[in-house]
Design a protein around this ligand. Structure first.
Ligand SMILES: *[C@@H]1O[C@H](CO)[C@@H](O)[C@H](O)[C@H]1NC(C)=O
Ligand SMILES: *[C@@H]1O[C@H](CO)[C@@H](O)[C@H](O)[C@H]1NC(C)=O
Ligand SMILES: *[C@@H]1O[C@H](CO)[C@@H](O)[C@H](O)[C@H]1NC(C)=O
Ligand SMILES: *[C@@H]1O[C@H](CO)[C@@H](O)[C@H](O)[C@H]1NC(C)=O
Ligand SMILES: *[C@@H]1O[C@H](CO)[C@@H](O)[C@H](O)[C@H]1NC(C)=O
Ligand SMILES: *[C@@H]1O[C@H](CO)[C@@H](O)[C@H](O)[C@H]1NC(C)=O
Ligand SMILES: *[C@@H]1O[C@H](CO)[C@@H](O)[C@H](O)[C@H]1NC(C)=O
Ligand SMILES: *[C@@H]1O[C@H](CO)[C@@H](O)[C@H](O)[C@H]1NC(C)=O
Length: 446
């Protein structure tokens, strides 16, 4: 997946041409609904957090070294694979592939780039998906992506030489213990939940997977929204995108993902902080790093070293914002301050929530239906922008258990700002201006 700087430069030109051919010809913006994966309606909130957390950890194994993961999660998750965890905390967008268009749900992930779905024929190594399988042979717009396309993962290997006749680029994209493999194709995609704002975009490079691990239950693939050239954001030349995630435990409502000019945030209450450029190559260069300088609980500024979230030259350290991770992880030095501050305010008895939720700080509520006590908001101090999280965005309750919805990470590892903490916030990624903006919002009504 790594590509050299010169390949990136030629890619920028191609991306620009794609935009001219597509977005400029009428389809100005893309608007799609986002719903959270929730395969089992009867699951309790703690079980749900447990599944989501374990899926997070599997995903993150690819982002950190195995050593860091082993140290940070002990033995809790290692015995399970993601297929046992149907209730992930990811959000799904619906898009359609091919001609005629076949619609399917895919995980919207700002932490990776590749857009992929399962392709027929695909027998032994495909997972059960909640939509009919796409068959490239039944679409009039499918093509194998030429190996010398600047979007081909094989382009680097050709080193400028003409591709062998009939060359098709095979990929195997790994995400922690999850992976997906197949051939790179090119297709027309249709975006937009409502007929009125549908956009058909030809020539999108995507992964046509005929073998995957069984880790993607609830989706039929994934849409990468990262900074790399293969992401949907880059391929559309969208320049900016925004999303608003409905509350985690509200599985009835639909949030929104906007790509292109309609992704805008204005009004009072909008705060902006610059992205920090990755000092390292892929996969680090895919991530949206933020500059987190401190955390407060209520009026109390926590005593966290200014360099707790320092980004190192190899891309470790630092904090990324990720729509595809559920529970925020903080380096332990910061996490312990947050944990202690929460504990200093709560008088309920603690309970070992690690079995039911996988979370480290949990309290027993008097009864399963008791409302948790009031808590002050938590403020994340980003460079130039304070983000205020109401209690429901950093604590989670269900079945009489009430937990701090954050986890710790080895000091010096990368921290991740997850989607539980992003609920009911409209978040704009302006990749052209290199800025993240956000404002509180009621996402079901955006
Ligand atoms: C995470 O915190 C728990 C207790 O709060 C501690 O036992 C554990 O060692 C910490 N893990 C890391 C990686 O620092
Ligand atoms: C890719 O290779 C083919 C066959 O050699 C050639 O016709 C085409 O122009 C090349 N395309 C690019 C983008 O280099
Ligand atoms: C893809 O890579 C994963 C992880 O390395 C491996 O387990 C899997 O067998 C590979 N799949 C294919 C089809 O090569
Ligand atoms: C996937 O497709 C490739 C290329 O056509 C083929 O070599 C491979 O055997 C297929 N894998 C499976 C599991 O069908
Ligand atoms: C998820 O997997 C479970 C069992 O592993 C299965 O019963 C369920 O139908 C799957 N859900 C979807 C949406 O594919
Ligand atoms: C979701 O919808 C169901 C059925 O329409 C309803 O009973 C339930 O109260 C709704 N839940 C929320 C959180 O709105
Ligand atoms: C927000 O700003 C965009 C351009 O930045 C503008 O097109 C749009 O009308 C504004 N929306 C509101 C509600 O002010
Ligand atoms: C992070 O923000 C602080 C405070 O504004 C600033 O001093 C520092 O240079 C920033 N670091 C990076 C890497 O942008």
């Amino acid at each position: 997946m790594s590509s050299s700087t010169s390949q990136m430069a030629s890619l920028a030109v191609l991306v620009f041409l794609v935009v001219c051919a597509t977005l400029a010809s009428g389809a100005a913006s893309v608007r799609v609904g986002l719903t959270r994966i929730h395969s089992d309606p009867d699951i309790t909130a703690p079980e749900f957090v447990r599944d989501a957390l374990r899926r997070d950890m599997h995903r993150q194994q690819s982002r950190f070294s195995g050593r860091e993961l082993a140290e940070s999660d002990g033995t809790t998750v290692s015995a399970r694979t993601r297929k046992d965890l149907p209730n992930g905390g990811e959000y799904l967008m619906t898009l359609a592939i091919g001609t005629p268009p076949l619609s399917y749900p895919a995980i919207a992930d700002t932490g990776s780039d590749l857009i992929w779905t399962q392709c027929a024929p695909c027998a032994a190594q495909c997972f059960a998906q909640p939509a009919p399988l796409y068959n490239p042979a039944s679409s009039t717009t499918f093509g194998v992506l030429p190996c010398n396309s600047s979007l081909s993962m094989c382009a680097g290997a050709l080193a400028g030489a003409p591709p062998p006749p009939g060359c098709a680029c095979m990929y195997n994209q790994t995400y922690g213990t999850g992976w997906t493999a197949g051939v790179q194709g090119s297709e027309t995609f249709t975006f937009g939940s409502a007929a009125a704002d549908q956009a058909r975009v030809p020539g999108i490079a995507f992964g046509c997977s005929n073998a995957s691990s069984s880790d993607w239950n609830g989706s039929a693939g994934l849409v990468g929204l990262g900074r790399g050239s293969l992401s949907l954001v880059s391929q559309l030349g969208a320049g900016r995108f925004s999303y608003c995630l409905t509350p985690f435990q509200d599985t009835n409502s639909t949030g929104t993902l906007l790509l292109g000019p309609s992704a805008a945030l204005n009004g009072t209450g909008v705060r902006s902080t610059p992205f920090v450029a990755s000092p390292a190559k892929a996969p680090m260069s895919t991530y949206y790093y933020l500059n987190l300088t401190g955390i407060s609980l209520g009026a109390k500024a926590l005593s966290i070293s200014p360099n707790a979230f320092s980004l190192k030259a190899d891309g470790t350290g630092g904090l990324i914002i990720d729509s595809g991770t559920t529970i925020t992880s903080l380096v332990n030095a910061a996490y312990q301050q947050v944990r202690a501050a929460v504990q200093s305010l709560v008088t309920l008895p603690t309970t070992d929530g690690s079995d039911s939720t996988g979370l480290d700080l949990c309290y027993a509520l008097p009864t399963p239906t008791s409302a948790p006590p009031a808590m002050p908001s938590m403020t994340l101090h980003f460079d130039g922008a304070d983000m205020v999280l109401p209690a429901d965005s950093y604590m989670i309750s269900g079945s009489g258990v009430w937990c701090l919805a954050m986890r710790n990470q080895t000091d010096g590892a990368m921290s991740t700002f997850g989607n539980y903490q992003q609920q009911n916030m409209h978040i704009l990624y302006d990749v052209r201006k290199e800025m993240l903006s956000f404002a509180p919002a009621k996402c079901s009504t955006l």
